[in-house]
Design a protein around this ligand. Structure first.
Ligand code: GLU
Length: 290
């Protein structure tokens, strides 16, 4: 039997907040409950959004919460050659192409009035229009419904061509896109179990399409409950941030209890390692309605 390998993959764009703590604790519990390994990967590809020092702050916070990881910390900023190799593989297979469209071009072409993610109209699919220089690189999305099983949400399905169209795998401003990097890294690190925030459920089918195009295995998926703020909106990096200096012992325990509660597990406040051990015995409850 292959050993379970889970992971937590924070973007170092600020301190750990309650939403990311839920993802950390949830992925740790799933992996450890299965006797598996748990890796930590710093997703620092988007240089303009990286906040200096926050990766170290996140790692220090994980230690405070007794979330011990296995192996070396992987940093995406040091792995560009892996992403480039995958991109070239997709090009060789005719599944990646240069796109010369600007954001303005895409908004003008969008049929809906400025949707958050306009469907790419396919302008550069058959080659760059005359006079256009390459900006981004796009993945040629399959025009078929892809079905993925999520441990918590059940079966999800989507036709990428209809929902977003060919999507960007290398951005016009340089970095490889999250969708490509995450697929390459999960496979390269031998990750068999992806447990993360519910906001990424909508990215999953795109990632599975990339796995298939690159002939990589698909891990199991579990998307955890979203942490909502008092106004019902998704908690962002600015809300609920848990800056380390204010994390006294009592606050660490209470915050860990809050994260576990969101995951559906109530345990009494205790030293974090004990709380996690107690939570482990209740880990089957994490699986929700699967
Ligand atoms: N880096 C992403 C984030 O912090 C998570 C990526 C993932 O778990 O696939 O939102």
């Amino acid at each position: 039997m292959t050993r379970i390998v889970g992971r937590f993959a924070p973007s170092p764009t600020g301190p750990l907040h309650l939403g990311s703590l839920v993802a950390a604790v949830g992925s740790w519990l799933f992996a450890r409950a299965a006797g598996g390994r748990w890796l930590v990967r710093i997703e620092d590809l988007d240089a303009p959004r990286v906040v200096p020092g926050s990766a170290d702050e996140i790692l220090a916070a994980l230690k405070l919460y007794a979330l011990e990881w296995d192996g070396e910390i992987v940093r995406q900023s040091q792995r560009s050659s892996l992403y480039e190799h995958a991109l070239q593989t997709l090009r060789t297979r005719g599944l990646a192409y240069d796109c010369g469209c600007s954001r303005g071009d895409l908004q003008r072409a969008a049929s809906a009035p400025v949707s958050a993610e306009p469907i790419y109209p396919g302008t550069c699919r058959d080659g760059l229009p005359p006079g256009r220089a390459a900006r981004a690189v796009r993945f040629r999305a399959p025009d078929q419904t892809i079905r993925v099983h999520d441990v918590i949400h059940g079966s999800i399905e989507e036709n990428i061509a209809e929902r977003v169209g060919d999507f960007v795998i290398k951005r016009a401003d340089g970095p490889y896109a999250y969708q490509l990097a995450v697929v390459v890294d999960d496979a390269e690190q031998g990750v068999t179990q992806v447990v993360r925030g519910g906001d990424l459920l909508s990215s999953t089918v795109r990632q599975v399409a990339l796995q298939r195009a690159l002939h990589l295995p698909t891990p199991s998926y579990a998307h955890l409950p979203l942490v909502l703020g008092p106004d019902g909106a998704k908690l962002g990096k600015r809300d609920g941030a848990l800056p380390l200096p204010t994390l006294d012992e009592a606050r660490v325990r209470n915050t860990l209890a809050a994260a576990l509660h969101i995951l559906g597990i109530d345990v009494d406040a205790a030293p974090p390692a004990e709380m996690l051990q107690m939570a482990l015995t209740r880990a089957p409850e994490l699986h929700g309605k699967s």
